[in-house]
Design a protein around this ligand. Structure first.
Ligand SMILES: Cc1ncc(COP(=O)(O)O)c(C=O)c1O
Length: 385
C-alpha cells in the first residue's frame, strides 16, 4: 500500500519534470567542482566569498577540536553552551551592530522557530509571496493569520496592514536579497509601514550577508536600518563558508528566544569546530574587503555577458542571476546542455519557485577567474536554443 503511493508519487514528479536527484561532489567547494566524476565550472553555490575551502577556517576548526573536542553532548540550555558559542555571538553582534546575537543550528531552524515564537493565534504575520520555504513553514507553524503580500508590493502590504487592526501582534517578514530572484526588498519602505501600523520587522539576510558594503553585514546595515529592524537573521553556511545560522537583535529578544524558541531549545548545540569556523569567517570578511569587490565585479561581468547574449535575468543586481526559462522541462534541458559542456548552472523548478517561472539560478563567487567567466559565456552562447 505504502510502496504503491511512493511509486505513483515519483512517477507523477517525473511526468511533470519535477523529479530531483542528488549529484555527488568529490573534493572541495571551489569555483570548479568535481561533479559526478567530471570537473565543471561551478555557478551553483552559495559559497559567495569562496570561504568554504579557506585554510583559515580549516585551521580554526582543527584547533577547536584539539582544545574542546568534537561534540557538545547536549542542548545549549543543558550543558551544551560552550565559551565558543558565546564568543561567536559577541562577534556576530559586533559585526551586525546589534546589542546581542543568538546562534542556531541552521537558518531553517531560525525561521521556523523565530516566526512561531514572535506570533501565534490571534496575531498576523505578513509575508512576501517569494519568501523562503523556511519562512513559509514558520508562518504555518505559528498559527497566526498569514497575510501573503505580492512580491515587493508595498501597496498590497499596506492594504493588508490596514485590514489587520484587531491583531494582537503583527510581524512583517521578508528576505533582503531574495534567494531565487536576486532582487532586493524595499526595506526602508517596509520599516516605515511597520512603524505606521505597529508591526515588528524580521529580515532574512541569508544571501545578503558578506555581500553588501560597507562591511559585509547585510542590506539592513548598509541602509542604516539596524535600530528599526526587530530581528535580523543570517546564516554561517553561505558567504561565511561554514555552517549554522543566527539572529541579531536586542538582548531581550535573545532572552525570549532562549526561553521560548523551540527550534533553539530542543536540539543539540553546534559543535566547537563549527563555532570556530564562524569566528574565523567573520574575521576574514572584515580583513579582506577585496573578496566583496571581486564578487561584485564577477557578477557584473557575467550579467553583462549574458545580457549581451539575449538572456533574461529578471531584476537581479548582485551575485544571484536568475536566467529565466519558464517551463520546467526546458529549464532542465538547458541546464543539462550546459553541464555536458562543463558549466554547472542548476535548474530551479516548482515548488521552489512558482509554476511557469523555472530558471537557472546562476551564482557567482569571489574566486571565479576571468577565464572561467569567459569560458562560461562561450558555453552559454553555444547552449542557447
Ligand atoms: C533565504 C533563506 N533563508 C534561510 C535559509 C536556510 O538556511 P540554512 O541553509 O542555514 O538552513 C536559506 C537557504 O538555505 C535561504 O535561502
Amino acid at each position: 500500500m505504502g510502496d504503491n503511493f511512493v511509486e505513483i508519487e515519483l512517477e507523477r514528479l517525473k511526468e511533470a519534470g519535477l523529479y530531483r536527484k542528488l549529484r555527488r561532489v568529490e573534493g572541495d567547494q571551489g569555483p570548479t567542482l568535481v561533479l559526478d566524476g567530471r570537473e565543471v565550472i561551478n555557478f551553483s553555490s552559495n559559497n559567495y566569498l569562496g570561504l568554504a575551502n579557506h585554510p583559515a577556517l580549516g585551521e580554526a576548526a582543527k584547533s577547536a577540536i584539539d582544545r574542546y573536542g568534537c561534540g557538545t553532548g547536549a542542548s545549549r540550555l543543558i550543558s551544551g553552551n560552550m565559551t565558543l558559542h558565546e564568543e561567536l555571538e559577541s562577534k556576530i553582534a559586533e559585526f551586525k551592530g546589534t546589542e546581542a546575537a543568538l546562534v542556531f543550528n541552521s537558518g531553517f531552524q531560525v525561521n521556523t522557530g523565530v516566526v512561531s515564537t514572535l506570533v501565534s493565534e490571534g496575531d498576523t504575520v505578513f509575508s512576501d509571496a517569494l519568501n523562503h520555504a523556511s519562512i513559509i513553514d514558520g508562518c504555518r507553524l505559528s498559527r497566526a493569520k498569514v497575510a501573503v503580500y505580492g512580491h515587493l508590493d508595498m501597496n498590497h502590504l499596506e492594504g493588508e496592514l490596514k485590514q489587520s487592526t484587531p491583531a494582537r501582534r503583527k510581524l512583517i517578514v521578508s528576505e533582503s536579497l531574495f534567494s531565487m530572484d536576486g532582487d532586493e526588498a524595499p526595506l526602508a519602505d517596509i520599516v516605515g509601514l511597520a512603524e505606521r501600523y505597529g508591526a515588528m520587522v524580521m529580515v532574512d539576510e541569508a544571501h545578503a550577508t558578506g555581500v553588501y558594503e560597507p562591511n559585509g553585514a547585510g542590506l539592513v546595515a548598509m541602509l542604516g536600518l539596524g535600530e528599526r529592524v526587530f530581528v535580523q537573521m543570517g546564516t554561517l553556511g553561505k558567504a561565511l563558508g561554514g555552517f549554522g545560522a543566527y539572529i541579531a537583535g536586542s538582548k531581550a529578544l535573545r532572552e525570549l528566544l532562549i526561553n521560548r524558541c523551540r527550534s533553539f531549545i530542543f536540539t543539540t548545540s553546534l559543535p566547537p569546530a563549527v563555532m570556530a569556523m564562524g569566528i574565523a569567517a567573520i574575521d576574514l570578511v572584515g580583513k579582506e574587503p577585496e573578496r566583496r569587490q571581486a564578487l561584485a565585479d564577477n557578477s557584473e561581468r557575467l550579467r553583462a555577458g549574458l545580457h549581451g547574449l539575449g538572456y533574461l535575468l529578471g531584476d537581479s543586481s548582485r551575485q544571484i542571476l536568475p536566467l529565466m526559462v519558464g517551463d520546467a522541462n526546458r529549464c532542465m534541458e538547458l541546464s543539462q546542455r550546459l553541464l555536458k559542456r562543463g558549466v554547472f548552472a542548476h535548474g530551479i523548478r516548482p515548488p521552489t519557485v512558482p509554476p511557469g517561472t523555472s530558471r537557472l539560478r546562476i551564482t557567482l563567487m569571489a574566486t571565479h577567474t576571468d577565464k572561467q567567466i569567459n569560458q562560461a559565456l562561450e558555453t552559454f552562447k553555444e547552449a542557447k536554443d
